[in-house]
Design a protein. Structure first.
Length: 75
């Protein structure tokens, strides 16, 4: 399973040289984001199964790809 960290969020990546960061099966999304040290204000959306998910308590499964999109501002 992989969590893809887009844009500046990639600086939180650990133990990986690719865009993705290795994740732990059975860990909730929120728990894994805390484990990586990513503050809540840094990300806007979590994409799971191609759809935006607000359920950060969902447990990560084998083979799953989660994308984390940064909070952005501008006009």
């Amino acid at each position: 399973m992989t969590i893809v960290l887009h844009a500046h969020l990639a600086r939180y990546r650990r133990r990986s040289r690719s865009r993705g960061a290795p994740a732990s099966e059975g860990l909730a999304i929120a728990g894994y984001l805390r484990k990586l040290g990513i503050p809540e204000h840094e990300y806007y959306a979590v994409v799971r199964g191609g759809k935006t998910s607000k359920d950060l308590g969902a447990v990560l499964a084998a083979g799953e790809v989660i994308e984390l999109l940064p909070a952005m501002s501008g006009g």
